[in-house]
Structure formats: C-alpha cells, structure tokens
Design a protein around this ligand. Structure first.
Ligand SMILES: [Fe+2]
Length: 285
C-alpha cells in the first residue's frame, strides 16, 4: 500500500472552503442539502475524503499517537507556532490569499467583537495551529478533514459515508456495532477519533486552557457529532454539556474568514499579552 506524501487538495484550506459549502451561513438546512453538496463537490475534495476514509484506521490512529504523543518534536511559543504555520503557503492564489496568521486573527477578532471571554478569543486564535502537522510531513488526510470515531461502526452522517467501504476497518467484525470496542456512554475521552489537527493541538495545550476551550479545540472538526447529532451513544453527560461550546464556536470557525486583511502588526501586542496570560513562553509540539 502506497501512501501519498501530500494530497489531492491544492491547499489544506480547500477543506475549510468545502465545509462552508456544506454548511452555508444562515442555516435553513434543507433535507436534501447534504446530498446536493456531495453532487456539486470538487473532485479534489472527494478524492481527499476517499483517502481520509481509506487510511484513518484504528491501527493508524494508534500509530500516529505513538509518534506524536506526548508532543516532543519541537519547542515553540504560541506566536512562534503561528509564524511557523504561516510558512504553509497557498500556491493556488499567492496574490490574494490571506496568510494563516491573518485567518487565525480574523477568527479571534470576530469572537472578541461579540464580547466573549478572553479564553474564547484565545481559542479562536490558536484552534488551527495543529495544522503544523503538515510541516512535519504529514499527508493532508492525516491533518484535516471531518473527524470520526474509529473502532466502531461508521455513521451515515459522516460526509461521503460510502467511501468507508474501502477502509480495512470495514472488514473487522468487532468494529461494526454502534459502540464497537467502546462501552456505551463511555465518554469521548476514551474514544479514538481519526487523527488530525484537532487531537494533536488538544494534546499540546491541554494543561493550560479551561475545559470549554479544550472541547472546542479537540472536537471542532467532528461535524458528524456537533452538526449532525451522530455518535451520541459514545458520549457521557460531560460531553453533552460541553458540546454546547463546540457548537458555539463553530460559526466563528466557518464564517469569520473574509477577504479583509486584518492589521496583524497593530493587533499583535494585544494577542501576545493574551497568549502570555494562559501559556508559558514555550510549549512542546
Ligand atoms: Fe480546524
């Protein structure tokens, strides 16, 4: 089996754009919207999900966790990680594309404008820093994409559910029940989700932020759960309570990015102070 070194998307942010198409601003979701979305999707995105669903097996998730956890690849401060992520350039549109730092600051500024607590603003700023996995050489399917539990039956409410037929895990009988290897109501902390930038960043920052922020970071790509209501059988009372925060964060993740370039130089002192309020000068990545 050969693994692609990078992936079919021109840039990992193409996945974020596909989310906006699937969940348009303003809600009003029609019953057939999901199907229409898939019919209109770009071939590169569909191919991306094919690889994501093919390779994100329980064995591979466990292997990625052994490789990356506890984080020990690199020592960086939060702003340093933002600058590192900024080296992930968008080749498709170099003149107009906003940088990764500009996207992160846009999300944080939208949260700040709405008067949310400082930890919420900080969460908006940092929530995608796990994408530095791309710079460690990880293929796109191991960094972005909707996350989903492995080791139990795949839900029809995950995007492109038909492509799970190609997963080797679809042949493991133990994984074909709603709870699979897990106990009913065991809580998501005991469940392996597909590996990517959510879980990785959670592991980097878990000692420093309130639980509400950690849920936003750890589950922001778990659309089958927070937008579609799937996998309730694996959740416990704490998950159900804290998913309200994942849902509160989602509009900022999806709809705060615009073509307006934020003045990063002017805003940097505010964010450096906010980072220092919660984090030590360097973190293990
Ligand atoms: Fe993300």
């Amino acid at each position: 089996m050969s693994e692609p070194t990078n992936g079919p998307l021109a840039h990992v942010d193409d996945w974020e754009e596909s989310l906006q198409a699937r969940y348009p601003a303003g809600g009003g979701k029609r019953k057939d919207q999901f199907r229409n979305y898939q019919a209109e999707e770009r071939p590169s995105v569909k191919e991306f999900y094919r690889l994501n669903h093919r390779f994100q097996t329980l064995d591979i998730v466990r292997a990625k966790k052994r490789e990356y956890l506890p984080p020990r690849k690199r020592k960086m401060g939060v702003w340093g990680a933002m600058e590192f992520l900024n080296t992930l350039v968008d080749d498709s549109d170099p003149d107009t594309a906003l940088s990764q730092i500009e996207h992160l600051v846009q999300t944080a500024e939208a949260i700040r404008r709405d008067g949310h607590p400082r930890w919420f603003v900080l969460t908006g700023l940092i929530h995608d820093l796990g994408k530095v996995l791309c710079l460690f050489g990880e293929p796109q399917w191991a960094v972005v994409g909707d996350t989903f539990p492995v080791g139990c039956a795949f839900s029809e409410r995950v995007v492109y559910p038909e492509s799970f037929a190609e997963s080797p895990d679809a042949q493991v009988s133990q994984y074909q029940t709603p709870c699979g290897i897990y106990a009913e109501g065991c809580g998501l902390d005991r469940v392996h989700l597909s590996w990517g930038h959510d879980e990785y960043l959670y592991q980097v920052v878990k000692d420093y932020l309130p639980d509400e922020a950690l849920y936003m970071i750890r589950y922001h790509s778990f659309y089958a759960a927070h937008r579609e209501g799937a996998y309730a059988q694996l959740m416990d009372a704490r998950d159900r309570e804290l998913f309200a925060w994942v849902r509160a964060f989602n509009p900022y993740d999806l709809y705060s990015k615009s073509a307006d370039r934020p003045d990063v130089a002017r805003l940097r002192p505010f964010y450096e102070e906010l980072i220092a309020e919660y984090f030590p000068p360097t973190l293990d990545w």
